[in-house]
Each structure stands twice: as structure tokens, then as C-alpha cells.
Design a protein around this ligand. Structure first.
Ligand code: PEP
Ligand code: MN
Length: 377
């Protein structure tokens, strides 16, 4: 159960202290405090954990200082979307709104290989007015002898170039908590020219200690990849780990499932789950068509499978797209075969725009039918 206090009832006030004392004294109940810092105001939430079934919403609702009470189901307490749940489905980072009703393209390098390639990529993004990208510095590789990423050595030039080309957010995978410190230090050293969305890779979806440490910091938002061999429920619970440690700025990414049923694609595209994740949780939903499809194969209609998969996710309401691009795919050190070329970026952006427009028309039509229904048609 979540108790949301009135806006002027902050932890410093006497009325709040009394409320906390009362709630903590309820039998079988533990409390946990969370403050949500928005642009306008801070919302204070008290989580009641334990035997809440015996509590009546009306009783708690009538306590002094209480604005609203939400009974949450057991699943995804913090990130979940619960009945009569007034909590937001968005967050802001670097002035950009990440929400269940926005869409952002994160086109970029799977792995940073050279300064020149980073610069060419960012220049192409700026030319199209795209303020976000993906850049891998720490790469989890199946083969221990494969290129593991340049690590912290590349961070200063990646961040400096981001500043130069107006890139405000870089999605970057971390595989160890020390990487977060390295990113923070490199950002400070370069004068904080950009922001970073920490990415948890599919192989680390259930690395609970990593999730806890990334969840404990609130500075960087997190892009949480779905585990490629576990259930959706398990992956959503993994995302909840981040929130339970305090970080709710989480975007959930679908990236395809590992099974030969998806052949000849690298993974079975799972973008039919876009509306499912939006229904079950308040997280914006990302799709990663590059790692799902894993090749540059194209259909007889002249569109690459990656374009088709992207459009499927977008027309279903996706809020973010992570896509591998490379100025010279044949020279890429990681995932070259699935990378799109920079010359393809304008087409990709236009194709996404068309799919998004179709999504907006679909929802507008559904909303119109619903109002007509209400009018008795
Ligand atoms: C990636 O985005 O570069 C990546 C390794 O993705 P995933 O963890 O989904 O395989
Ligand atoms: Mn990759």
C-alpha cells in the first residue's frame, strides 16, 4: 500500500512525524519512505510493507496529512501500474521527457571503436536534430578473446564529442558497478557536456548485485534490457530491483528472445510485448530492433528487416528505439553485420515517423470510438 502525503506535509513537518509514528506502529507493517523529485514539486510516498490486506483504504485515507492511498498488487510495487494509481509514467533527464507517450531514437555505435567513427556518427545525428545516441564502451562478449570495448579510455572523447554535437543523452552499458564511477568521473573531468543512460544488458538482467548498486544511485536513468532467456515477469521483477533501491528512472527494453524459433533472425522479435509492458508498468518501453533481427537482410518490398521490426514496435506504441549504426559496418569491431549505414539514417528516421503517425491515428480512432460508445452509439 502506498500512502501519498499532501504536498505541504513533508518529512520535516510535525504532522508527517505523527503520521509515520502511527503507520509504523500498525501490527505487522513496516514503512519505507520515498521522495519523488519532480520539476514542480516533490511528492512524498510512504510504502506500507507486510500485512496490508487487513488495512482499510478509507481508514488510512482519513488520517491527517494524507492525500491519497493506493493499494498495490504484489507484483512490481513501485514500477507497476496499479488501480487508481496517480503516479506518473514519465521522468525527465537532461531536459528530455521519457514517457509512455513520447518516442526517442537512440541510433549509434554498438561499440565505440575509434574517435573518428564516434564523430561521424554524432555529426550525422546532429544533422537530423537527434539529441540521443548509443555508445558501448564496456562490451559483454560471449568469447573471452573478442574485443571487450575500450572501457574508460574512450569516455573523455565520447563525452567531449557529444557536447560538440549537442548530444544530450548517451545509452551506455555497464557491466560492473565500478563503471558507473568511471562514467561519473569522466563526465566531471570533461565538464559534464552530456548525460548518460546506464544500460543493463540482457546477460545481466538478473545480476542482482549490479541492479542494486545501479538502483542506489539516482543521478543516471537506467535502460533495462529484458533477459533473453527468462520470462517477462522475471525481467520486470528485475527492473523493480532498481526502483526498490530508489531509482525509478527506468526504461524497459525489448530486444528479442533467444530461441531458434526466431531463425533466421538472431532472436525472436518480441515487440508484441510493447503494449503488455505499458499495461503492467509505468515504464517507457524501448525496442532494440538491431539485436532482435541481427542482420541486414531485406524483404522483397525493399525494406530491411530491421526497418520492419522497428515499425512493428513503433506502431504498437514503443517509446524509445535503440539501433546500431556504423559509418563503416565492415570495420565495426562488434555487431557489424547488423549495423545500418549512416546514409540510411534519414530513411530510418522517416520510416519511424510514418509508423508513429500510424500509431497516433490508431489510438485517436480508438479514443473516438470509446467516446461514441459512452454517448450510446
Ligand atoms: C547492446 O545493446 O549492445 C547489447 C549487448 O544488447 P543486449 O544486452 O540486448 O544483447
Ligand atoms: Mn551489439
Amino acid at each position: 500500500m502506498i500512502v501519498i502525503t499532501k504536498s505541504d506535509v513533508t518529512p520535516e513537518t510535525g504532522i508527517f512525524t505523527e503520521l509515520m509514528e502511527y503507520l509504523s506502529g500498525l501490527p505487522g507493517i513496516r514503512t519505507r519512505l520515498h521522495e519523488e523529485h519532480g520539476t514542480q514539486q516533490t511528492v512524498t510516498e510512504i510504502y506500507l510493507i507486510g500485512d496490508t490486506a487487513s488495512l482499510q483504504i478509507e481508514d488510512i485515507q482519513s488520517l491527517p496529512g494524507v492525500e491519497r492511498v493506493v493499494r498495490v498488487s504484489e507484483e512490481y510495487r513501485i514500477l507497476g501500474r496499479h488501480r487508481d494509481d496517480p503516479r506518473p509514467t514519465y521522468f525527465y533527464y537532461k531536459g528530455i521527457r521519457f514517457a509512455q507517450d513520447t518516442l526517442h531514437i537512440f541510433a549509434g555505435l554498438c561499440a565505440v571503436d575509434s574517435r573518428e567513427h564516434v564523430e561521424l556518427m554524432m555529426k550525422a545525428l546532429q544533422a537530423l536534430g537527434l539529441p540521443c545516441t548509443r555508445m558501448g564502451a564496456y562490451k559483454p562478449r560471449t568469447n573471452p578473446y573478442s574485443f571487450q570495448g575500450h572501457g574508460k579510455a574512450c569516455l573523455p572523447y565520447v563525452f567531449e564529442l557529444a557536447g560538440k554535437y549537442d548530444i544530450r543523452v548517451i545509452a551506455m552499458e555497464v557491466t560492473h558497478e565500478s563503471h558507473v564511477d568511471e562514467i561519473r568521473e569522466a563526465l566531471a573531468q570533461t565538464g559534464n557536456p552530456t548525460g548518460v543512460m546506464l544500460q543493463i544488458g540482457t546477460r545481466n538482467t538478473q545480476n542482482f548485485e549490479l541492479l542494486k548498486s545501479v538502483g542506489r544511485q539516482g543521478e543516471f536513468p537506467v535502460l533495462m534490457k529484458r533477459g533473453f532467456g527468462i520470462t517477462l515477469e522475471e525481467s520486470l521483477n528485475a527492473a523493480e530491483y532498481l526502483a526498490s533501491e530508489g531509482n525509478r528512472k527506468v526504461v524497459f527494453a525489448l530486444r528479442g528472445m533467444k530461441t531458434n524459433m526466431g531463425d533466421p533472425h538472431r532472436n525472436l522479435v518480441d515487440f508484441a510485448h510493447v503494449p503488455v509492458v505499458r499495461r503492467l508498468t509505468r515504464m517507457p518501453v524501448c525496442i532494440d530492433p538491431s539485436h532482435s533481427v541481427g542482420s541486414r537482410a531485406s524483404a522483397p518490398d525493399g525494406l530491411l528487416d530491421v526497418f520492419h521490426a522497428t515499425a512493428q514496435g513503433v506502431i504498437a506504441g514503443a517509446n524509445m528505439i535503440l539501433a546500431d549504426f556504423h559509418p563503416r559496418p565492415s570495420k565495426a569491431l562488434v555487431d557489424g553485420p547488423q549495423a545500418l549505414r549512416l546514409e540510411e539514417l534519414p530513411h530510418f528516421v522517416e520510416d519511424v515517423r510514418i509508423a508513429r503517425e500510424a500509431y497516433e491515428k490508431r489510438t485517436a480512432y480508438a479514443a473516438r470510438l470509446a467516446t461514441e460508445d459512452l454517448k450510446g452509439f
